[in-house]
Structures are given as C-alpha cells and as structure tokens.
Design a protein around this ligand. Sequence first.
Ligand SMILES: *Cc1c(COP(=O)(O)O)cnc(C)c1O
Length: 366
Amino acid sequence: MPIPLWDYRKEYEEEREDLLAGVDKVLRSGQLILGSSVRAFEEAFARHCGTAHGVGVNSGTDALFLALRALGIGPRDEVITVSNTAIPTIAAIVSTGAIPRFVDIDPRTYLMDIAELEGALGPRTRAIVPVHLFGQCADMRGIGRFAAAHGLVVVEDCAQAHGATQHGRHAGSMSEAAAFSFYPTKVLGAFGDAGMVLTARADIADRVRRLRVYGTEGTYYAHEHGFNSRLDELQAELLLRKLARLEGYVARRRALAARYDRALGAAGLILPATHPGNAHTYYRYVVRHPRRDAIVRKLEERAIAAPAAYPWPVHEMKAYAEYARPLPRTESAAREIFSLPLYPTLAEADQDFVCAALLDALRHET
Ligand SMILES: *Cc1c(COP(=O)(O)O)cnc(C)c1O
C-alpha cells in the first residue's frame, strides 16, 4: 500500500455526516456568496486566533496580496522575506508591484534569521513578511522589535501555522495583518481553495472587504480598483465545522511527530528543532540529511512519499531570478531537507513502516 505525504479521505469518512449536513444547510439557504456561513467562519477563526477581524478570501495567496495592498504596499516598495518558502509568498509580494528582499534562515529551524534583517534594510523597505514555516512561528518578538524601530509593517504568512503559538499567542495575532490559506493539505483545510486575512485593525479589515469585491461596498459603485477574491459559503461552512476539531488535528499531529522523534532519534538524521517559546503543529515533519536524494529515492521505491520541501528556493527559480542574492543557508537546506508522511489519520502501523524503511535506507547511505 502506498503511503502518501497527506490524505484526507479517512478523515472525511469520520466527519462525513457533519460535513454533508453543512453542504445541505448551505445549498438550502438560498445564499451561496458572502452570506452567514462566511461571516460565522470569519468571526470564529478570528476569535480562535485572538484577533478582532477576519476577512475570508479566495486563497492564501490572495490573502497575502490583499493584506499588503490594504496596507498600501506597492510599486517601488521593498518587502523583506525569505526564499525558503512556498512560491505564493513571493508571488503575492511581486503582484503588489513591490520588490522582495530575501534574507537567509536559521539553519536549525529553517525560519527567518532576524540577525539578517539589518543587512536587508534600505530606504524603500516598507514591510516584513515572515513565514511561519512547517507549523511553527518565526521569531515574532525579534521581528516586531526591528519593525517598530524602523517604521515597517509586518504581515505574517500563516499558511502553514493554523493552531501554532509563540509564548502562548496564536500565529496571525502578532502583527498588523496575517494571511491564512485553507488549501486542502493545510492543517485546517477546505475542500477546494480558500483563504483569510486576519487583523486587529478595523481599517485594514474594511479595506480588504472592499478589495475582495471589485472595490465596492455593497452597491454597484467602485471606490477603488479591486478584485474578485471571495470565500464561498460552502467552503466557509465546511471550514467552520472543521475548526471545532482543529485542536484535535494538532494534538494528533504532535503525537505522531513525537513517535517519529523516538523512532528516528539515533538514526543520524537532523530532526525538527523548535524555536524557543513555540508550540509546533508539524504541518510538515521535516528532516535533514546530506544524502537526501538517494534516501528519498529508496523511500519512493517502497511507495513512501517523502518529498524535498522545498526542492528549489524561490530565488533560484527563473520567474524570480532578478531578486536573487546569495543565501547559503537557504541553499544548503534546500538540498538536504525532506518531509515525512504526517496527517491526523496516518495509521501508526504505516508510520512504523515509514520509519523502518527510512532506517534501512540510512544504513545503506552511511
Ligand atoms: C499554501 C501556502 C500559501 C498559499 O496558499 P494558497 O491558498 O495555495 O494560495 C502561501 N504561503 C505558504 C507558506 C504556503 O504554504
């Protein structure tokens, strides 16, 4: 039996009645766009994260793009971020017309290295986009202090950080605005595309609400150039029902991560490290080894998915080459890290099979 990196179908079987009741509720409501389910999910998710406002949008990419636009980021501005991230972090920044300025990462956690911020600062720097990668938060105290000292806004990329906290505060509540994705694989995933902007600022929430519907405010009059980026009622209703189970998903992920820690502790791999103050959710269980490609191939031969995460840093891609600068720690991590299968319904027997196959592959590679 192949073991995928992620699979939602068993979870769906467990939650099927509740989810189908949600589908029925929406389809019978007569309201398919921006109705009561979207409002309910916006409020519930903002409350869960400890923030005042949530605005549902079409995707995580749009959430980041619209948050930056609502904060006035645009052409000629520079935004400090990392290259060790998913493409959409950079795509959203570039879509505003701003220039991404990459900083290198902490080699232990793979998160933004705050010691690098000073060197990336220029007269046009306006914002920092830290990425809470793999299920844990970047150093928000350090980033917040630096931003305050230099008059920068901070927009958290929380696409991989549902349920993650730092010193007890939730991802998405530690900056001007935050962008969440509910892409199906994420810790809180929809059954299609979905995203949300969170912010404590009413003016930013109102601006994103306007930008997501052609710049309008409930009439056929555009106050500014806008977009179509709505969260639909069906996804919102399903996400609202799944939100009630988010803590359970995270607990299960942590338990499985602890099982990996125990099984692989003496294997010569570098295991995930947690930044001080963080509660990690293990969106991805990322390990590191210099012979990564050979090990991943051996796992693939046994039908175990353990992909490089991410195989190319964004600045090494043709699309974003103009923003490239040397990022040695990002580049060496990209050659050596890979993810192991982990999702709430992963069976322990399957996880044991992954561990045995990995230990076997490591014996041949060292
Ligand atoms: C998934 C992801 C996004 C984008 O989300 P979409 O909903 O796919 O647009 C942005 N940033 C990171 C780090 C992600 O993992």
